[in-house]
Design a protein around this ligand. Structure first.
Ligand code: HEC
Length: 126
């Protein structure tokens, strides 16, 4: 019997089957994403970022303290949307351009950006 709010053209079965698949996919995908984030938090994906040493500082002719600040800024400012990038992900000369794009999204001021750039460029040159 067809009553109020009856089947839409195309048939109700097709429509609801599609909806279910979409919802299922959504729920299958979502926990995976969270799992990765939680695993990263537990195992410490950020921890694998290389630590600057005295050698890095003298090679690049910068302060070791600046490199260390750059590293922690990278973790805190650039790790909220995705894992903080590894210095070796880009060539040293490509980092400034990448930072141009990303500092617009991340809430970093000029001084912080400078420190992050110093760290990434120095460590990418290792
Ligand atoms: C507000 C969220 C957000 C923040 C904060 C953020 N990013 Fe990203 N980043 C993204 C998204 C989204 C992408 C995916 C690729 C795209 O849209 O360009 C991305 C991609 C990247 C990539 C890869 C780009 C490419 O061309 O493959 C790099 C490198 C990167 N981010 C570096 C950084 C650095 C460094 C910082 C800190 C200064 C940062 N991100 C902060 C959202 C963010």
């Amino acid at each position: 019997m067809i009553c109020c709010g009856g089947p839409a053209p195309g048939g109700p079965d097709v429509g609801s089957a599609l909806d279910e698949t979409e919802i299922e996919l959504y729920f299958q995908y979502l926990p995976m994403k969270y799992l990765v984030v939680v695993l990263c938090a537990l195992v410490g994906c950020g921890v694998s970022l290389p630590t600057a040493t005295v050698n890095d500082a003298s090679r690049a002719n910068v302060q070791l303290a600046d490199l260390q600040s750059g590293r922690s800024l990278l973790v805190s400012k650039c790790g909220s949307c995705h894992r903080p990038p590894m210095p070796a992900d880009e060539r040293a000369r490509d980092w400034p351009k990448q930072l141009d794009e990303m500092t617009e999204r991340a809430n970093v001021d000029v001084a912080q950006r400078h420190l992050i750039e110093e760290y990434l460029v120095t460590m990418a040159n290792r």
